[in-house]
Design a protein around this ligand. Structure first.
Ligand code: NAD
Length: 299
């Protein structure tokens, strides 16, 4: 493994998880964020991950503490990357913020350093030039709660060096991820390229009043053997996110998505049904109907 010292830039929801998981697997990690206040929040977030690792992974007290102690914190970008073999960027999903960040990073980071972006919706080619080292830049995309949902989509752009691509795949494996290589740029990577159309198709069946959510989920679950149908998945994703996607497409001029956005807003969001996070969405929790024993049985 060529990478030893890892810097995680941006220590929000995903950045703090990436930093802790990387430290937990034995790497030295520097967490970089814009100021001391943000770093204080990062420390709290990371501290809160310790019991999750103990409960979900059976990690010992010593292991979770040792992992924490491998992390240092800095709000000075030059200092944060001075020894970095790899910088993992997890800053806000805003083109201008990321572009400015990469310009600065490209200037202060050592020549050897590889940069990866955890961006969910933006493509590495959008920032390749700003990095000043397009051949050492690509995407490494994690899922929320990475210690359990351990997928790492590794996606190159056309200018990424193949050796660097392979090194990042090795790194992803070394921190306990299932590495999923994408040889070409693809908006939404593999998962969302599959999931978004499925979830939209399900919502359109509901909008057209073809069938109710439970019938649609039941069909999918029985026919494919999946543990969840699209509406159960939507509850986990959150109805707000589904609304934002529909609203975006409505604004781009699609009248069907305008109707869908309206339905999600009036029937779910306005009633506080945001999905699992509020205990109700298309199902009610903690014991949603789709998990009940007789859900998939014929009378
Ligand atoms: P977040 O808002 O929780 O955290 C962003 C962090 O970046 C904050 O700590 C903020 O202080 C910091 N920040 C802001 N400007 C910065 C700058 N110029 N330099 C350094 N740090 C800066 O965001 P998040 O949900 O962790 O998402 C971060 C990235 O990860 C996004 O690109 C997002 O698409 C991606 N992502 C998020 C999820 C998710 O479920 N939240 C999943 C996969 C990928």
């Amino acid at each position: 493994m060529n990478y030893k010292n890892i810097t995680v830039a941006g220590s929000g929801v995903l950045g703090s998880q990436i930093a802790y998981q990387t430290a937990f697997k034995g790497f030295d990690v520097v967490v970089y964020d814009i100021n001391d206040e943000a770093l204080k929040r990062a420390k709290d977030r990371i501290m809160n991950l310790k019991p999750r690792y103990q409960e979900d992974l059976g990690a010992s007290e010593e292991e979770v503490n040792t992992a924490y102690n491998r992390i240092s914190f800095s709000s000075d970008l030059s200092k944060a990357v001075v020894n970095a073999d790899l910088v993992i960027e997890a800053i806000p999903e805003v083109v201008q913020i990321k572009t400015n960040f990469y310009k600065e990073l490209g200037e202060v980071a050592p020549k050897k350093t590889t940069f990866v972006t955890n961006s969910s919706t933006l493509l590495p080619s959008q920032f390749a030039e700003a990095t000043g080292r397009p051949e050492k830049f690509l995407a490494l995309h994690f899922a929320n709660e990475i210690w359990k949902n351990n997928t790492a989509e590794v996606m190159k752009h056309s200018g990424t060096d193949m050796t660097v691509f392979d090194e990042v795949i090795e790194f992803a494996k070394a921190i306990g991820m299932v590495a999923l290589p994408l040889h070409k740029e693809q908006p939404g990577y593999i998962l969302n390229s599959l999931l978004v159309p499925l979830l939209e198709a399900a919502q359109m069946l509901l909008l057209k009043e073809v069938a109710d959510p439970e019938t649609i989920d039941k069909t999918w679950m029985i026919a494919t053997g999946s543990p969840k149908g699209p509406f159960a998945i939507l509850d986990v994703v959150g109805i707000n996110t589904a609304y934002n996607i529909a609203h975006g497409k409505a604004q781009a001029g699609d009248p069907t998505f305008e109707k869908l956005a309206e339905l999600l807003k009036t029937e779910y969001i306005d009633k506080g049904k945001l999905g699992t996070e509020t205990g109700e969405g298309f199902y009610t929790y903690p014991n949603p109907n789709y998990m009940k024993q007789d859900f998939l049985k014929s009378e």
